[in-house]
Design a protein around this ligand. Structure first.
Ligand code: 8YV
Length: 313
């Protein structure tokens, strides 16, 4: 008899098929009556699989008292009710490190795209404007500029390695200085923002970081500064960011994440100083396969009474 799991949302097809060949899987997002599904499986369901965006709420967890593992397809666990899990002895596993290079690549790509106006240039070329109107407007150099990284975890470190290749002066704002980083530690986000051309957001969403990129930080970044966010939209005061972009109070933004995904503030769609992505920084076949393997390995470890490979502490 296989273990019964609840799957909150769709994952990579290969991961879902391995999951469904090893476990009895109930698909929450497809259920017409979700509460009824929870009632039906409550006596059997011993684990939950979800992704970083969906997570799992206390309302679902409390209906499944036998579920003692939440295996998350993603590094961010802000959508999982961790306090509930802690209180009820539920293990939580996530997928750190395997996605850091892709997320750092996306941060770099967004910085390049918004500074060099890649999307605008592409549209200019495709619309046949070059032969008619001549060269497109000039853009801004990236090489040698000053970069500040908010959140120097595995993704921040991977990003710093890329920024070094662009000859950037790098500073970072983190809970504490890192002995394994040669870059300049700045305790205050506002102070760091005042001294950089690019502010990269790579911190996890926690009560201490949510809303941290506020008007004061964007004022400090100033009209020559770019914001790049590959973490969570909730770290930024989004209405203020939209206003600042409309009024050119910052130079531009590269955004992979938003406060109310999958909604994106419509006001951003008409702005040329913004490059948007639909939360796709970890979205490569290679990384999603590696994330899926970790999700499955964490489940296997749990059901074999072994420590999770990548537990959330
Ligand atoms: C994923 C993420 O997009 O790792 C995270 O925290 O946000 C992303 O890698 C998501 O979890 C997959 O749906």
């Amino acid at each position: 008899m296989s273990y019964t799991l609840l799957l909150m949302g769709p994952l990579l097809p290969s991961v879902m098929s391995t999951l469904e060949s090893s476990y009895t899987v109930h698909r929450y997002w497809e259920a017409a009556e979700q509460d009824a599904l929870l009632d039906t499986i409550a006596g059997d369901c011993v684990g939950i699989v979800t992704d970083g965006g969906r997570g799992v709420s206390a309302a679902v967890l409390e209906k499944l008292p036998k579920a003692k593992i939440v295996s998350v397809f993603g590094v961010g666990v802000d959508a999982v009710d961790l306090a509930y899990c802690r209180e009820h002895g539920i293990s939580v596993g996530n997928t750190p490190d395997v996605l850091s290079d892709d997320v750092a690549d996306m941060a770099m790509a967004l910085a390049l795209a918004v500074s060099r106006q890649l999307v605008t240039g592409d549209q200019y070329a495709r619309a046949g404007r070059w032969p008619k109107e001549g060269a497109m407007p000039l853009t801004r150099r990236v090489m040698g500029k000053r970069a500040g990284i908010f959140g120097m975890g595995s993704i921040g470190l991977a990003l710093a390695r890329r920024l070094e290749g662009f000859g950037m002066q790098i500073s970072y704002c983190n809970r504490s200085a890192r002995s394994d980083s040669p870059h300049t530690f700045v305790a205050s986000l506002e102070e760091m923002a005042a001294n950089v051309d690019y502010l990269f957001v790579t911190a996890a969403a926690t009560p201490g970081t949510i809303g941290a990129v506020n008007a004061a930080v964007l004022d400090a970044l100033g009209p020559q500064g770019y914001l790049v966010n590959v973490s969570r939209g909730t770290l930024v005061d989004e209405p203020v960011l939209v206003k600042y972009l409309q009024e050119n109070k910052i130079a531009g933004a590269g955004l992979d994440v938003f406060a109310e995904e999958p909604s994106i503030p419509e006001a951003l769609f008409s702005l040329e100083n913004v490059v948007l992505q639909p939360h796709n920084a970890s979205g490569t076949w290679e990384t999603r396969e590696a994330m899926g393997k970790l999700v499955l390995d964490n489940l296997a470890a749990h059901f074999n009474d072994k420590p999770l490979l990548t537990p959330v502490s």
